[in-house]
Design a binder for this molecule. Structure first.
Ligand SMILES: [Zn+2]
Length: 291
């Protein structure tokens, strides 16, 4: 595979997409008595003392620190195609404190590529995904779902977080996350798919305010624009999830001997080369200049 490694000043291509807004969900579904619910998972215990540790295969992975991962409070902003599988990945590998925020409702078209079943139809994705991720947390833990928009969840709850993992389809929410992460001095991962659903872009906004933000990487992102993806398929969601989980791991555990980067871009079709790079901070970035 053709892979380019480069210093990326900024990435001018806007990888997102734009279609007509989806119709509104029927109003009777929109009344949530309790928008927050926590689901507990039990650790899968060894049945014999000679059995290997649940996460024994992680031991040789560079920079891996199981305790740091287990202790981290991970907030998934968005519970659709991108964070469904990033969530499964994080729950499976031993993250024990995950919160999912999404006020969108599960519909039939979601089932082909998101971690929902027939019982979840009509439910807010934040809560439904949390319930389903609780079945995946083999190391035990608590998965909290919030069926609200990110900005409303921020207002209503303290939302303790060591990292935001952002898989949404609108720039307004990305901007709120980028700013909130900066305010809290925590890292944030952003993952996006192209209009045709074939290309994935992932960016790690590190915790330090001297590091670049998402708008340093993509200065042409219009914060006003809502851009639900026109096409999407589970293969690109899985590709995106791999990058998302990797960036989340590196943000929490460090890089050790792996050369650090903050931008990853790949195309399932192979038409465009994969890109790995280091986005630089921009002096004229309106997000960074607010800090
Ligand atoms: Zn910036």
């Amino acid at each position: 595979m053709n892979v380019e490694t480069e210093e990326i000043e900024n990435v001018f291509k806007n990888g997102s997409c734009y279609v007509e807004e989806a119709p509104e969900f029927p109003a009777e579904f929109l009344n949530l008595e309790n928008p927050l619910e926590t689901f507990q998972s039990k650790e899968v215990k060894a049945t014999h003392p000679a059995e290997s540790d649940l996460f024994a295969r992680h031991e040789e992975i560079p920079a891996h620190d199981q305790k740091l991962l287990g202790d981290a409070r991970i907030v998934l902003v968005g519970g659709g195609g991108l964070n469904s599988w990033a969530g499964v990945g994080l729950a499976r590998c031993g993250a024990k404190s995950i919160t999912v925020i999404d006020d969108d409702r599960v519909d039939r078209t979601n089932l082909s590529r998101q971690f929902f079943g027939a019982d979840d139809l009509g439910q807010p994705k934040g809560k439904a995904l949390a319930k389903n991720l609780a079945t995946q947390a083999v190391g035990g833990g608590a998965i909290t779902g919030i069926g609200l928009r990110f900005e409303d969840a921020l207002e209503k709850y303290p939302l303790p977080a060591d990292i935001f993992v952002t898989g949404v389809d609108n720039n307004e929410c990305r901007l709120r996350v980028a700013r909130e992460a900066r305010r809290r001095k925590i890292p944030a991962v952003f993952t996006m798919l192209s209009t045709d659903g074939m290309r994935c872009q992932a960016f790690l906004q590190n915790a330090s305010p001297i590091e670049p933000c998402l708008w340093c990487a993509l200065p042409n992102l219009d914060p006003e624009r809502i851009m639900p993806c026109a096409s999407a398929i589970i293969s690109s969601c899985h590709l995106a999830a791999a990058f998302t989980v990797f960036f989340t791991h590196r943000a929490l555990m460090g890089w050790d001997k792996i050369p650090a980067f903050n931008w990853r871009e790949a195309d399932l079709t192979g038409i465009a080369p994969d890109r790995i790079g280091v986005v630089k901070r921009r002096n004229d970035c309106f997000v960074c200049s607010d800090i």
